[in-house]
Design a protein around this ligand. Structure first.
Ligand code: ASP
Length: 342
């Protein structure tokens, strides 16, 4: 007899489980309590579903690395007992959490599918019900005894994306996420059409959970007219270890001597500066223009087509692991979990 597929649903908060506070009128997370009371339709699944709430429940704008550790810890503890995991999460920082989990969960051989919604599940037109059901179906999908999606992914608005390739780009539409530099892993219509050629393959090694995350990173977004004071304010952040430099186009930045000098001084003192483009699509090509060749010369690291969300998570992970400087630099230019095209 084949074993019933079992899925653990981990609720972290977010709009999907929010209700309107009668007093203030704002949306606040509430505790689902009994899953089947809120989602009687789930009884129709032929899977064994368990439910666990994290404490405290968060509006995901309050997300922090220690909460990611807590989430990864639950997955580690329950890894052998379930065939897949669905993480209910606010959409605001879902791309960051998905990226962080992808780095923290090395040798992941089971699906970890994040989903949420733009409208609370209790609202008649909510997108939450469909997203939730699709996420369960995908977390449970198996072929020849193996999970179809053994990676961290985001399921939203009938699309499945690699988690560390996503960005939340729309606060209004049900299609809140984009993955411009990597095609969807699946499209959900009458059938769920998986792109097996794009999905990571299981490696059958034991799960390793990395729990040390270093948040001594900062983002420096460039804009015409940026002042030395503004650049210094970021670069002089106490205990800073790495900076994500959000550049223009294919990785270009001003060639003003003051700007390059400020960056170079920090690089010479051991701070990693990673070049990530402000564009949603496309890649950093250091040296294509004179305006990026200068960055390359002073030791800025090219981030290729990684998203800012993924770069933040990757830096926190690499710095947390305590790798030597050269190794951090090498790994930043290496795709570890399918997060970049190199
Ligand atoms: N503010 C909410 C959150 O990220 C929005 C959402 O769930 O979509 O938790």
């Amino acid at each position: 007899m084949t074993k019933q597929t079992s899925i653990l649903i981990i609720y972290t908060g977010g709009t999907i489980g929010m209700i309107r506070d009668a007093g203030s009128g704002t949306l606040k997370p509430f505790d689902f309590g009994n899953l089947y009371t809120h989602f009687p339709v789930l009884r129709n699944f032929d899977y064994h579903l368990d439910f666990q709430s994290l404490d405290p429940l968060l509006d995901s704008s309050n997300m922090t690395p220690p909460f990611w550790v807590k989430l990864a810890e639950v997955i580690r503890e329950k890894y052998d007992n379930y065939d897949g995991f669905v993480v209910l999460h606010g959409s605001d920082t879902m791309a960051y959490t998905a990226s962080a989990l992808s780095f923290m969960l090395e040798n992941l051989n089971k699906p970890v599918i994040l989903t949420g919604s733009q409208l609370p599940i209790g609202v008649i037109r909510s997108d939450g019900r469909e997203n939730f059901i699709n996420a369960i179906e995908i977390a449970a999908a198996r072929e020849d005894e193996f999970p179809v999606v053994p990676e961290v992914a985001i399921c939203f608005d009938n699309m499945l994306y690699r988690g560390n390739r996503t960005t939340k780009f729309n606060a209004e539409n049900f299609g809140a996420f984009l993955s411009v530099n990597y095609p969807p892993l699946a499209e959900i219509g009458v059938h769920i059409k998986y792109r097996r050629d794009l999905i990571l393959k299981p490696n059958f090694r034991g799960l390793v959970v990395h729990q040390e995350l270093c948040n001594q990173v900062a983002i420096l977004k460039l804009y015409p007219g940026i002042t030395p004071e503004a650049v210094q304010a970021i670069l002089n952040t106490k205990d800073l270890k790495a900076v994500i430099l959000e550049t223009f186009g294919a990785g270009n930045a001003p060639t003003f001597p003051w700007f390059l000098d400020l960056l170079k001084k920090k690089i010479d003192r051991g701070i990693h500066i990673v070049n990530v483009t402000q564009c949603k699509g496309g890649t950093v090509e250091m040296g294509k223009y004179e305006t990026s060749a200068e960055l390359e010369k002073i030791g800025v690291i090219g981030g290729a087509d990684i998203t800012t969300e993924s770069a933040v998570a990757k830096l926190m992970y690499l710095l947390g692991e305590g790798y030597p400087r050269e190794e951090v630099s090498r790994l930043l230019q290496t795709s570890l979990r399918g997060e970049m095209t190199v």
